[in-house]
Ligand binder design. Sequence first.
Ligand code: 1CP
Length: 362
Amino acid sequence: MDPFPAMKNDLLLRAARGEKVEKVPVWAMRQAGRYLPEFREVRSKHDFFTVCRTPELACEVTLQPLRRMDLDAAIIFSDILVIPQALGMEVQMVPGKGPVFPNPLVTPDDIQKLNATPDISKELGYVFEAITLTRQKLEGKVPLIGFSGAPWTLMSYMIEGSGSTTFSKSRFWLYRYPEESKKLLSILTDVIVKYLVGQAKAGAQLLQVFESHGGFLDETIFNDFSLFYLRRIASEVKQHLISEDITPVPMTVFAKGAHYAVESLAQTEYDVIGLDWTMDPEKARSTAQKYNKSLQGNLDPAALYGSCESIAQRTTEIVRKFGGKGHIANLGHGMHPDMEPEHLNAFVEAVHKSSEELIQKQ
Ligand SMILES: Cc1c2[nH]c(c1CCC(=O)O)Cc1[nH]c(c(CCC(=O)O)c1C)Cc1[nH]c(c(CCC(=O)O)c1C)Cc1[nH]c(c(CCC(=O)O)c1C)C2
């Protein structure tokens, strides 16, 4: 028996599985965040990782955007960098700078210092508790998304020690220490699989894997150091759930910038391929159809700086290009802190209105 309230809106889950929908579901990456005054209010009292680690606070900020807008999904408030923390690395969130690792990995010997096989429920149980609490509080209003960073993206932060424009230190590892890099990626993959299985068991109804730094790799390097592990994650998460008699939840992969990889990702066990705003929806759609996959995306986040009219116009165009079926509307990357909530709302409304019209005509 499902211990959670019955779903009132399952558009996201139907679209992820390529089923019929009456309108296209929509959510936004970083929909909980600093562009919302009510989020800044919470952050003025609690530091970033305290919000992540306190289920009541994480639940509260997860629900904030849903009180303002007719979004079709919630995404649990957390960060991809909770995994390096679980492996024993310190991560600080520095205002105006973002995440900083005071002691990044410098040479492959540093891999020995990691706690490579952490007790996931002990180290990350707070995320599972936040998910269960949020599923209860959502009362079936919309599905709850869980997520993780992908191995390469996490490895790049662990080596760079922060964001970077070149990722030269972590890319150095791929070419200079390929075997040790693979060892690290495999440690991360094993942890990510357990973490995502735990999220599904706690109540997450769709799991998204963020390969935010995919586009820094060329195709052959991507295949060996990213795709290989992404593929393992989808297949192992689903196998684990099946072996415990749990119906596997749909999974989305978002490999930002990896244009060359849309087809190879469509050949994995992910159900949904996320597109950034520089990718062509029509081209991706013909690829996705071959493999029965759904797509997510891909309005340029910067389009939200335009007027509400221009947002509606651009959104209608994008919805038409994706064709209504097997589409989850989203931005091509996350919200920025200086965006206006009303402009995100214009996007949400335009997705619903234009897709309802499009689907009715079909
Ligand atoms: C709101 C927020 C988050 N993380 C950070 C912030 C801002 C910091 C603050 O409030 O002080 C720091 C925070 N955490 C990170 C960054 C990026 C740093 C950089 O590389 O420049 C920042 C500013 C690292 C991070 N964190 C995340 C990614 C993957 C998505 C992406 O590519 O943007 C990445 C790369 C995932 C993430 N991060 C977050 C979510 C919450 C759920 C939602 O979408 O509403 C999610 C899914 C939340």
